[in-house]
Write a protein that binds this ligand. Structure first.
Ligand SMILES: [Zn+2]
Length: 189
């Protein structure tokens, strides 16, 4: 956790929410206890000067680097609005961009269009990359795209709600996918 995360009240809020959350996507609930290679217990080691979890069986040699996971995110433009979505279990006033994990060997550009199709039932065209953002609280790296969609929204089962915000009323939030919204709006101005 960096100092800036602790000092920023909005980030502290999301961090506390994620810490309380029992959802499996919360990074705090995803610590390995056993080696995924040989199923022996993991132990604590210093590996190249860094504290790491690793396999207690020397011949196995597995090291758990806990690298960040890439996540694709979409600023979905639909009829001069941007579509924001709410995941199940979020506070009812929280909305964010459409996001998702990549499938094995999937290109990010294909993955973001698939997520828009799965979560909103919309076909979309890729307009461009907005930016790449570290999301420390979830140990993720967000790859954010602007996409332009057509059609009528059919909300996917993994979402609780959506809202269509007129672009001129869209306000960024200071963490996670909100940083992509901030940069997108700044580049339009
Ligand atoms: Zn092992």
């Amino acid at each position: 956790m960096t100092t800036s995360v602790i000092q920023n009240p909005e980030l502290k809020l999301i961090d506390e929410f994620l810490a309380r959350s029992s959802r499996p996507c919360s990074h705090r609930n995803m610590t390995f206890k056993f080696c995924p290679r040989c199923a022996h217990p993991l132990g604590d080691f210093i590996h190249n000067g860094e504290p790491r979890k690793g396999c207690t069986v020397e011949a196995c040699g597995f090291v758990h680097y806990d690298n960040p996971t890439p996540v694709v995110a979409a600023i979905v433009e639909l009829n001069a609005h941007v579509i924001l979505v709410q995941n199940h279990g979020w506070p009812t006033d929280w909305f964010g961009l459409v996001t998702g994990f990549l499938e094995s060997k999937e290109e990010p550009e294909a993955g973001v269009l698939r997520e828009v199709r799965e979560e909103l039932g919309l076909d979309a065209d890729l307009v461009g990359l907005v930016g790449v953002y570290g999301f420390d609280a979830m140990n993720q790296v967000i790859i954010a795209y602007h996409v332009r969609a057509q059609g009528h929204i059919q909300l996917g089962a993994e979402l609780a709600a959506y809202k269509a915000v007129p672009i001129h009323r869209l306000k960024p939030w200071p963490f996670a996918t909100g940083l992509a919204v901030r940069d997108w709006l700044a580049n339009r101005a």
